[in-house]
Write a protein that binds this ligand. Structure first.
Ligand code: ATP
Ligand code: MG
Length: 425
């Protein structure tokens, strides 16, 4: 019979790899918590309209990447392709703006996009992201960038570059859009098919094209930076000054635009030299237009999202897989010994030790081999003789040193044992 396999573009994260995920999750929680960001969890699917309005119909995400379906009540629903729209919907729905001041939120979870799967690009992938709602202050832009930088540094990642740009406000962009269309129209026939399509719908996205010929044409294209109003220009300079004050190096990249329509002013990406073509590990910017676009009050906002699969690929290059973090492997044979070992395992666990109990009933030799492979620091051994005398053999696996002691002593000496185990970790 044929077996069922995971859907293309989705992956099982097996126990060995889960450790890296837990590390990224723990460091995220720690770094974001320290900066007073609060976690928010929104549903994995939403009304399709939320993304059409919030992400924008002309974007790749909405036009070709969404998992959209009708449910049994004939509603059009979509698996979330990104986190911001849902967070902003929740912000409006629960009147978080009415609490006044700035809301600092973060999220972590799966996102879904119908894309061509490759290393670092999946159809179900995961993002951790932050949103700061209710501040137009350039310090908010600098803060979110600084936090992204802290998170990546704390994970031990190296060879990262911060690419930074401003795409101005709506009116700067409108003028730039016209200039770009004006410049590109005579070259239309030489652009790649996607870019031809975008020329009127979403011309800024053409800057993102991976096509060689399109990129050559773009070399002489006008730069957004020549279209910033004096106010936008000042804002751009303020954020740069703040980054410099924080010792965060950046590279101004006037070609950097985001695929999402609601971005204004600051846009940035953090890229890695160690990931091949899927180089962007974190991307974000300011989106002052989104909250009102979704029916909320005019609200300034800035945030970013980072792809966990790409962070994990980098971590795996840096750190060998760690062995299991196990204190005791418990080996037993014979009816009485097996009954006692089961109880002993439970008692030790309640005292805070981690204990794996061998359930095989196989010969001692085989159980010892498994103990060696388990990654445990020590092995506890119970046979007929130990069961009779209510003792246990304690074997330190690294040195091979072995001692016999009363079972009760494991419990009364738990503190001393804890220190010994910790010293051997
Ligand atoms: P790309 O140009 O790589 O498609 P994007 O502009 O679509 O990126 P965003 O929507 O800004 O990406 O998402 C933020 C981050 O989420 C990306 O920088 C990347 O790290 C991660 N990401 C996006 N799409 C995927 C995917 N399909 N698989 C894995 N990670 C992804
Ligand atoms: Mg994409």
């Amino acid at each position: 019979m044929s077996t069922v396999q995971a859907i293309r573009g989705t992956r099982d994260i097996l126990p060995e790899e889960v450790k890296y995920w837990q590390q990224v999750e723990a460091v995220s929680r720690e770094v974001l918590g320290r900066a007073a960001y609060q976690e928010i969890r929104t549903p994995t699917f939403e009304q399709t309209e939320l993304f059409e309005r919030g992400v924008g119909e002309a974007t790749d995400i909405v036009s070709k990447e969404m998992y959209t379906f009708r449910d049994r009540g004939d509603r059009s629903l979509t698996l979330r392709p990104e986190g911001t729209a849902g967070v902003v919907r929740a912000y409006i729905e629960h009147h978080l703006h009415a609490q006044g001041g700035v809301q600092r939120l973060w999220y972590l979870g799966p996102m879904f996009r119908y894309e061509r799967p490759q290393a670092g690009r999946q159809r179900q992938f995961h993002q951790v992201g932050v949103e700061v709602l209710g501040s137009a202050d350039p310090r908010a832009d600098a803060e979110v960038i600084a936090i992204a930088s802290d998170l990546l540094t704390e994970l031990g990642l190296k060879n990262l570059r911060l690419e930074f740009n401003s795409i101005g406000d709506q009116s700067d962009r409108q003028q730039y859009r016209e200039a770009l269309i004006h410049y590109l129209t005579p070259h239309k026939a030489d652009l790649d098919a996607d870019s031809q399509d975008r020329l009127t719908r979403n011309p800024l996205r053409i800057l993102d094209s991976k096509d060689q010929k399109t990129q050559t044409i773009l070399q002489d294209a006008p730069s957004i930076l020549d279209f910033l109003s004096p106010d936008s220009q000042r804002r751009f300079e303020q954020v740069q000054q703040l980054l410099a004050d924080l010792n965060i190096p950046f590279n101004i990249n006037s070609r950097l635009v985001r695929g999402l329509d609601y971005y204004t002013h600051t846009v940035f990406e953090i890229q890695s030299d160690d990931l091949g073509s899927q180089a962007t590990v974190c991307a974000g910017g300011r989106y002052d237009g989104l909250v009102s676009e979704l029916g909320g009050p005019e609200t300034s906002a800035v945030g970013w999202a980072s792809g966990l699969e790409r962070l994990i690929l980098l971590l795996q290059q840096l750190q060998p897989p760690h062995p299991a973090n196990l204190d005791f492997y418990l080996v037993s044979r014979g009816d009485r010994a097996e009954a006692q070992s089961m109880k002993l395992a439970q008692i030790l666990r309640r005292l805070g030790f981690s204990v794996e109990l061998d359930l095989s009933g196989s010969a001692f030799g085989k159980q010892f081999k498994r103990a060696d492979r388990s990654g445990a620091i020590a092995c506890l051994i119970l046979g007929d003789a130990e069961a009779e005398s209510e003792t246990v053999q304690l074997k330190w696996l690294a040195s091979g040193e072995q001692e016999s002691l009363p079972q009760a002593e494991l419990l009364t000496q738990a503190e001393t044992l804890r220190h010994k185990l910790d010293a051997l970790k």
